[in-house]
Write a protein that binds this ligand. Structure first.
Ligand SMILES: NC(=O)c1ccc[n+]([C@@H]2O[C@H](COP(=O)([O-])OP(=O)(O)OC[C@H]3O[C@@H](n4cnc5c(N)ncnc54)[C@H](OP(=O)(O)O)[C@@H]3O)[C@@H](O)[C@H]2O)c1
Length: 278
């Protein structure tokens, strides 16, 4: 029997890379995507795909039922991955902007996870892999909405890990720094959708944000391809002792150490200098 894995957000970037590679590795992959045209493209690419929009409970339920139908009610692993970044100063975030960010990046993930856990408990094993971020444990200016959702994922994952002790269901967080994907391109769309740049006190700084986000190729040093995340996903799936946390990229390792060593004030000074322009 092939091991089964359900992945969200497979239209591009990390989700697509992990779905393709795991299928080649012999997994039975359910590569879900938010938009129907992405589902069509994934199917044409030889992947088994269903529509799953994390903003929509019916869509989550339907996709999960379809997976259960194809697997005889079993699921080895869930890779929670689909998410977006909304750049912007916290004072510019409307309630709707924050709500949508949490609906997608947190509530949809947990709703889906809570469908998977009973199935995993029943079968007596399971892996839940959460694609968090270095921004799940350090904050940067103008990343507040996204930061808050990734901190929430870290909190939920840490608690699930405690609650699932002894169940043979493992929860792993992956914490990438910069990875090549459509993340920046999608972040520009979100900024345009949710932030009223012209009436913001930060109007000029948004021009820097947009310049960085619109830069072709790696905008920041130490950017890695999505295969760097794949490596950790494979470890979390295949080892008998999955780690609670997997760092990916040099900035994650560096900031992990600095967070432990520096005072909050000293770390703030550094983060304002490195992320203060955007
Ligand atoms: N790239 C980085 O530097 C980086 C660093 C740390 C962590 N991460 C995390 O990695 C994960 C994947 O991001 P990525 O870098 O691969 O970016 P990406 O290329 O933009 O992929 C994001 C995926 O999430 C999907 N998505 C967005 N809203 C959704 C919704 N409502 N329902 C279902 N799927 C939705 C997107 O679908 P559409 O195409 O339909 O929008 C897309 O498939 C995210 O959790 C992100 O936070 C990325």
């Amino acid at each position: 029997m092939k091991k089964t894995i359900l992945i969200t957000g497979c239209s591009s970037g990390i989700g697509y890379c992990v779905a393709k590679a795991l299928q080649e590795r012999g997994y039975h992959v359910f590569a879900t995507a938010r938009r129907s045209e992405s589902v069509d493209a994934l199917r044409q690419d030889g992947l088994e795909s269903f529509q799953l929009d994390l903003m929509n409970t019916d869509s989550i339920n339907r996709a999960f039922e379809s997976v259960m139908h194809h697997t005889n009610g079993k699921l080895y692993a869930l890779f929670n991955n689909g998410a977006y970044g909304l750049p912007g100063a916290i004072e510019d975030l409307s309630r709707d902007a924050l709500r949508d960010q949490f609906e997608t990046n947190v509530l949809g993930w947990q709703e889906l996870t809570n469908l998977a856990i009973p199935v995993m408990r029943q079968q007596g094993y399971g892996r839940i892999i959460q694609n968090s971020s270095v921004l799940g444990f350090v904050s940067l200016p103008f990343r507040g909405a996204y930061n808050a959702t990734k901190y929430a994922i870290e909190g939920l994952s840490d608690t699930m890990r405690l609650e699932l002790q002894g169940s043979n269901i493992y929860v792993s967080l992956i914490e990438p720094g910069p990875i090549e994907s459509k993340f920046r391109e999608n972040a520009v769309k979100m900024l345009e959708k949710y932030i009223d740049v012209e009436s913001s006190i930060h109007r000029d700084r948004y021009q820097h944000v947009l310049k960085r986000l619109n830069t072709q190729g790696p905008a920041v040093p130490f950017t890695l391809p999505p295969s760097a995340v794949l490596k950790r996903v494979i470890h979390a799936l295949e080892t008998s002792t999955p780690r609670p946390r997997y760092y990916v990229t040099f900035p994650t390792y560096l900031l992990g150490v600095l967070k432990r060593l520096l005072s909050t004030r000293a770390l703030d000074r550094l983060l304002v200098r490195t992320g203060g322009d955007h």
